[in-house]
Design a protein around this ligand. Sequence first.
Ligand SMILES: [Fe+2]
Ligand SMILES: [Fe+2]
Length: 265
Amino acid sequence: MEIRDFAERILQSDSLAEKLRPLDGPATDRIPGPPQRFPLPARPANLKFAGRKEAPAMPAPTAFRDPAKRAVAHHIMANHELQALEVMAFTLCAFPDAPTEFRHGMLPIMADEQRHTRMHAQRLEEFGMTFGDLPVNGYFWLKAQDFQSPLDYLAGLPLTFEAGNLDHTIEFEQAYDSAGDKKGAGIMRAIHQDEIGHVAFGIHWLRAMKPADQTDWDAYIDHLHWPLRPEKAKGKAFQRQPRLDAGLTDEFIDQIQHAGRDDLR
Ligand SMILES: [Fe+2]
Ligand SMILES: [Fe+2]
């Protein structure tokens, strides 16, 4: 299957099952097509983006004793996973001239995002809910509209949102675990492991695409568009080891860890 056709199926199908359908057969990139920026992904009616105020807020970890709150968290995270998939498909269509190795490298990550979406959606069913029962926001998608190059994508998605998720996944694993919800904790642990590889993809390609005399950090900062900023690349409890495992340097990790503290002055 052509990579472009796979990306367009994700962006143009309003069936969740179609959007989450794996690539048909081996991928080819013979016809990457013209650059095209999709302003919105097609979605089923019950998953169309609502305003940020309409979509429920993420429950606090202390609220996870309540099964209804744990279900809301799965619903919100299923939408995050689906948006990651859609942003990746957006990137493939917007930047057909990116190296074909980069484009092929996105595919196993997209398969992970499809699986992550299904994991949350299936767990939701066990709480008596369906993905689409609650309003969802389009925050990640909207931020991706500012990407003007594959480097912008790398800074914004893998090195900010997915890097931040290295912390969030551990926080939520602990929240589910404290509530005695082993299944929820297991889902978060599995996603955490995959996310390390997604961040590794981000730093690998940032290094490959940036000018040779520019540092990782300067390239990252150059390609982040406000309101994205380094302090968005972390959660409440900072995890150093998974960032090292992803191949980030100690210097880069220190910069992220200390980012935003000046804002308090
Ligand atoms: Fe994911
Ligand atoms: Fe990811």
